[in-house]
Design a protein around this ligand. Structure first.
Ligand SMILES: Cc1cc2nc3c(=O)[nH]c(=O)nc-3n(C[C@H](O)[C@H](O)[C@H](O)COP(=O)(O)O)c2cc1C
Length: 235
């Protein structure tokens, strides 16, 4: 039987580390992952995680962006999928292949690859999707059913199929438009899960803080996990 799968979408908000850590954790739990990274997210990832620098053609194009539309400045054809896999492997040691050498852990999908199978409600292996971190731009487009790229379309499919869609919005402070979009999405069935850490469990490192959020996402997917320290009244 085919592995159960989740979609992880990383958009151009701060906190891209959450997306990669979720990818890692889902693979550890033996799920298959469809990974989508928005074009602006590549820029943020470079800034936050020192990835996709140097010879990454897509980013060079993005850095030359001078008022053109994002598509013109950063065309899908500029992506080298192998370079994406290589960068993720060297930074996080997450491999698309399992120990038997099968490409059975995850696959990276270009955000403009709208014909991907996760664009359709017929993808029976897909159990849910997390947009993490979710920019206010993606939040707005998902809340309004734009479906203009694979992240927006796959999110729309989750909602129409009544599958779990977790949105981790990242912005502060929030304006009325952000709040209205979050309310629309929550009413449409999405889980709004802001990446706001707790401090009652006494985090000692940035990893503890990240793991708290990853554990909360796994909880929302109803995947048993021990990734974070849960509340205990004896603290
Ligand atoms: C370094 C950096 C950090 C950013 N952080 C955020 C953020 O936390 N939240 C947000 O909504 N947008 C943020 N942005 C702006 C988005 O990347 C931008 O609005 C983009 O168009 C979002 O596109 P996407 O939703 O397709 O990824 C950031 C941009 C940069 C360059």
């Amino acid at each position: 039987m085919k592995k159960k799968a989740y979609v992880v979408a990383i958009t151009g908000a701060s906190g891209s580390i959450y997306g990669f850590r979720l990818l890692e954790e889902l693979i550890k739990h033996d799920f298959y992952v469809y990974l989508i990274i928005s074009k602006p997210a590549f820029r943020v990832i470079r800034n936050e995680l020192d990835m996709f620098g140097g010879s990454f053609e897509g980013l060079d194009a993005y850095n030359n962006y001078t008022g053109k539309t994002a598509d013109a400045a950063f065309p899908a054809s500029a992506y080298n999928r192998d370079a994406v896999y290589d960068e993720i492997k060297s930074k996080f040691n997450i491999d698309s292949k399992n120990k038997d050498g099968d490409k059975n852990n995850y696959e990276y999908l270009d955000e403009m690859f709208i014909e991907a199978k996760i664009s359709s409600g017929s993808a029976a292996d897909v159990k849910g999707m997390a947009v993490v971190p979710c920019s206010m731009g993606s939040l707005s487009r998902i809340a309004n059913g734009v479906s203009g790229n694979l992240i927006e379309r796959a999110s729309d499919v989750m909602l129409k199929e009544r599958k779990k869609l977790i949105i981790c919005p990242r912005e502060t402070p929030l304006n009325d438009i952000h709040l209205k979009n979050m309310l629309s999405l929550s009413r449409a069935g999405a889980v709004i899960l802001p990446p706001t850490p707790a401090f009652y469990n006494r985090p000692e490192s940035i990893d503890d803080i990240i793991n708290f959020i990853i554990g909360k996402i796994m909880d929302a997917f109803e995947i048993e996990n021990n990734i974070y320290k849960r509340w205990n009244p004896n603290y």
